[in-house]
Design a protein around this ligand. Structure first.
Ligand SMILES: C[S@@+](CC[C@H](N)C(=O)[O-])C[C@H]1O[C@@H](n2cnc3c(N)ncnc32)[C@H](O)[C@@H]1O
Length: 207
């Protein structure tokens, strides 16, 4: 496997020194996309938020800023991502507003029916089956809770498809596939948006 494949493979599960470099890069590299995605969050004041596949924790920090009354639980199965998320959210963890947990989205160890909002930025490409993981998300949301997905690939762009070929275990999805997996997992209202000039998408679903 070439160096570039090894490096980009770190996006799936950051590990070791390359993984540390990757989470650092993702925190800055995904910020514009995530901030655009957050403009599609519903007009709610969530108290309990969970950021799934949190990577380096930058988006958890941004959610804490946007929702001053909230507590954010950041979840990732990579110990490198967990360590970086803890490091960058240190002050909020001390203040009791943030918890970082190592865990797999396909088997969430979180209290059922307890979150107002779940978010997933640039991560569902790696989840082991959308429907099974979306059911896990639905289970931890309160009735009426929201789930925001934000991807930089709409599943049709050349770059997304190129990455899916070189990164083991990565799959890019088109909006209808995401929408139907959400509905199959029990979500009701599902709304999608496409960026005006980039292949970026958001899908917002209500439990
Ligand atoms: C490309 S990074 C995106 C990180 C962050 N959300 C961002 O926007 O910068 C994907 C992250 O999802 C995590 N991830 C992938 N599959 C996961 C799963 N099944 N459970 C938990 N985390 C997962 C990876 O470890 C990685 O940190």
């Amino acid at each position: 496997m070439g160096f570039l494949n090894k490096l980009f493979g770190q996006t799936r599960k950051p590990e070791g020194i390359l993984g540390k470099f990757m989470v650092f890069t993702m925190n800055s590299g995904h910020s514009k996309l995530a901030d655009w995605g957050m403009t599609y969050l519903p007009g709610i004041s969530p108290e309990q938020i969970v950021d799934l596949g949190c990577g380096g924790g930058r988006n958890a920090a941004e959610l804490l800023k946007r929702y001053p009354g909230s507590h954010v639980t950041a979840v990732d199965y990579s110990d490198v991502s967990v360590a970086k998320s803890v490091a960058i959210n240190q002050a909020m963890i001390k203040a009791g507003r943030c918890t970082v947990q190592q865990g797999d989205v396909s088997d969430l160890k979180l209290p059922k029916g307890s979150f107002d909002l779940a978010t997933a930025f640039e991560t569902i490409y790696f989840w082991p089956g959308l429907e099974i993981c979306f059911s896990q998300v639905s289970a931890v949301l309160k009735p009426g809770g929201y789930f925001l997905i934000c991807n930089e690939s709409d599943g049709l762009d050349d770059t997304g498809q190129k990455f899916a070929k070189i990164i083991d275990g990565m799959k890019v999805y088109q909006v209808p596939e995401i929408e139907s997996a959400l509905k199959a997992a029990g979500f009701s209202e599902v709304k999608s948006n496409h960026h005006s000039s980039n292949p970026w998408i958001t899908v917002l679903a209500k439990k």
